[in-house]
Design a binder for this molecule. Structure first.
Ligand SMILES: [Fe+2]
Ligand SMILES: [Fe+2]
Length: 417
């Protein structure tokens, strides 16, 4: 069967070369025949069982080079080229649609953080060091005096990601993603909250803090390594649920109180979990993108997720060192030790950059984002991780089926299709 296809392919390639040499006379007819030939070629390529070994064939490499840019001009394999310039492949559409959903989810959760902990309309703290902050903003500022500004900025970024991806999909005639029908969850009633219904739940989180150890470890999750939690944060709130959460025991080591500080510390580790997941998700999806413009988009936005992640690595580390830590909150029962004491490189707060990790067998360790594979960083992995974190507690079965459908399609995407 494979030999039959190869024979047919050789004949089609010969036809294409012949067309190239016919010059301008009878140009329309030539273009028609070429299109027909390319169609047949595409069909065979799409049905070739072992495309990899086929593409290795020197016959094809040679022929493609001879046919030249007129036919394979976009740099894409012929079978991956969109039918016209304004469309993108099915795989690219699926990837962008899942990413749009992920960005809408990020926008929703970050908006909740921004309403209560963001800088809002206040000027930068450097401009007015005496401005009135609420206790949550104070606690976040104990981790970094620019914390409320970073939260506001991260939120704007996520909204821009979601808005851009949907606008891009629309510009290509593809279906956009709208999750507003699933904004059904009650949020915080604390002062500052708009009180609108939410897509995500930040008040019963199981924050996965293993990323904190993973990035300080030389073993790779894509190669099967697993990592312990840096700190156990189970069924905890990352935002003040009501004004009652603004109150707690005073602590002589920092402004504010133990209870709201514990909530801010939970948020700090959650910020890292979310933005690390975003960094890995974009890296996994980028490997499957077909069109160079879509790759430009996934690399561009993915880079912004990494920029966020780095800040939150540093930020969360400030909650587990002096002067904030060690401390305990009797209300939530949480304790945050000082991660510098005793010194342990797997949790050392100042190791904020990814430690070099095993990557490819026989090659040296290298500092990289990880995980990078679909299995651990793809769309379904992202949905599983977010679900396990409690972010969707209270969501409907329809929400999960919508999200899983988008994730299945994105993970099924392959470069070239
Ligand atoms: Fe984002
Ligand atoms: Fe993000």
């Amino acid at each position: 069967m494979f030999d039959e296809r190869m024979t047919r392919l050789r004949a089609l390639m010969a036809t294409l070369l012949l067309h190239r040499d016919t010059g301008n006379k009878n140009a329309v007819k030539t273009e028609d025949s070429r299109e027909d030939t390319m169609k047949q070629l595409t069909e065979i390529l799409e049905h070739t069982a072992n495309r990899r070994s086929f593409l290795k064939s020197s016959m094809i490499a040679g022929a493609a080079a001879t046919v030249g840019t007129g036919i394979l001009g976009s740099g894409l394999p012929a079978f991956a080229q969109a039918t016209n310039d304004s469309t993108i492949t099915k795989g690219d559409t699926a990837i962008l649609r899942f990413l749009a959903a992920a960005e809408l989810i990020e926008s929703d959760l970050w908006t909740q953080y921004a309403e209560l902990g963001g800088i809002g309309k206040l000027p930068p703290i450097e401009v007015d060091p005496h401005e009135k902050l609420n206790p949550y903003q104070v606690a976040l500022s104990n981790l970094d005096s620019d914390g409320p500004q970073y939260i506001a900025s991260n939120t704007l970024d996520e909204i821009s990601h979601a808005t851009f991806l949907n606008a891009y999909l629309a510009s290509k005639g593809a279906a956009t993603v709208d999750l507003t029908q699933f904004e059904t969850l009650p949020g915080s009633t604390a002062k500052g909250s708009t009180g609108k219904l939410r897509l995500t739940n930040l008040m019963n989180l199981n924050v996965d803090t293993s990323w904190y150890v993973r990035y300080r470890s030389a073993t790779n999750p894509d190669l099967g390594a697993t990592f312990p939690q840096a700190i156990n944060l189970d069924n905890v709130t990352a935002i003040p649920r009501s004004d009652a959460d603004y109150k707690g025991e005073k602590n002589s080591n920092f402004p504010g109180n133990d209870h709201i500080q514990a909530i801010a510390n939970v948020a700090a580790f959650h910020f890292g979990q979310i933005e690390q997941g975003g960094s890995s998700l974009y890296a996994a999806m980028s490997q499957k993108v077909t069109h160079p413009e879509v790759l430009e988009i996934t690399l561009g936005i993915g880079g912004d997720e990494i920029a966020h992640f780095l800040e939150w690595v540093d930020f969360s580390g400030n909650g587990v060192q002096a002067p904030v830590a060690p401390f305990s909150d009797p209300v939530s029962g949480l304790t945050f030790p000082n991660f510098f004491s005793p010194l342990n490189p797997l949790i050392q707060p100042s190791l904020i950059f990814p430690v070099p990790v095993e990557f490819k067998p026989g090659l040296p360790n290298v500092s990289i984002i990880r995980p990078l594979t679909d299995q651990f960083a793809g769309a379904k992995a992202a949905v599983a991780a977010l679900t396990a974190s409690g972010l969707f507690i209270g969501q409907s079965a329809e929400f999960f089926s919508t999200l899983n459908e988008l994730a299945d399609a994105a993970d099924a995407a392959k470069r070239g299709f």
